[in-house]
Design a protein around this ligand. Structure first.
Ligand SMILES: O=C(O)CCC(=O)C(=O)O
Ligand SMILES: [Fe+2]
Length: 184
C-alpha cells in the first residue's frame, strides 16, 4: 500500500528524551549548511547542520534502520540497499529566517543520485518556533508535515519539499536518506 500523498507519517519514532539529547549534543557543533558547489547559497538554504553515524549514535541508528525497514516493507517497496550517508541534524533559526527552499533530494553526485527514500524527524516542540514548516509538493499541491516532536515523515527522495522560513524561535530536525540503485 503506497502511502497517501506520497508520505508516510510515523508518530513517536523517537522519544522526547532522545530528541532533547540530540539537540543538546549537537547545538554547539553545527556549521553553516546550504553550500552549493562550495558557495554559500543562503537564498536556497539558511541553516546550520551536523552529521552523525552509527558508531556515534548506535541506538538512534538502530531505531531508524528498523523504522525504515518496516516502512519500506509495508508502504514503499523500493529496492533499498544501504545508508550511504551519515544522518544530518539541522537547526533553523527564527532570527536568521532559517529555511530550505523547494528541492528534491536526488542530485547529480554519485551518492545523491542513489537517494531513494528521505526521512525527516521533528526534533523540536512545535511551540519552540513559528514558521519553519516542512512542506511537500507531491502532485501540484502543498501538504504540510505534522510538527509533533519525535514524528518521522518518510517520502520518496524525488518528491519536492521545503522548510518554510522560520520566523521565531528555533527548529531542529534530523534527516537521513536511504539508498539503492537509481530509479529507472
Ligand atoms: O530539515 C528538514 O526538515 C528538511 C531537510 C531537507 O530537506 C534536506 O536536508 O534535504
Ligand atoms: Fe531535502
Amino acid at each position: 500500500m503506497f502511502p497517501d500523498e506520497m508520505s508516510l507519517i510515523v508518530p513517536d519514532a523517537l522519544d522526547i528524551a532522545t530528541c532533547d539529547r540530540l539537540i543538546a549534543n549537537f547545538n554547539d557543533r553545527l556549521d553553516e549548511g546550504g553550500l552549493v558547489q562550495g558557495q554559500a547559497a543562503s537564498h536556497i538554504r539558511r541553516s546550520q547542520i551536523g552529521w552523525f553515524n552509527e558508531e556515534q549514535e548506535p541506538v538512534v541508528m538502530r531505531q531508524i534502520v528498523d523504522l525504515v525497514a518496516t516502512a519500506n516493507r509495508t508502504c514503499f517497496d523500493f529496492g533499498l540497499t544501504d545508508f550511504a550517508e551519515n544522518a544530518q541534524i539541522a537547526r533553523y533559526e527564527g532570527d536568521q529566517r532559517g529555511h530550505y527552499d523547494w528541492h528534491s533530494d536526488i542530485g547529480a553526485s554519485d551518492v545523491a543520485r542513489r537517494r531513494k527514500l528521505t526521512m525527516v524527524i521533528q526534533l523540536s516542540d512545535p511551540t519552540d518556533y513559528d514558521g519553519g514548516l516542512l512542506q511537500m509538493n507531491p502532485a501540484g499541491h502543498i501538504v504540510d508535515a505534522p510538527m509533533a516532536r519525535g514524528t518521522a515523515i518518510l517520502f520518496p527522495s524525488f518528491v519536492l519539499h521545503r522548510v518554510a522560513p522560520t520566523i521565531a524561535g528555533t527548529r531542529f530536525s534530523l534527516t537521513c536518506w536511504v539508498h539503492g540503485q537509481p530509479f529507472r
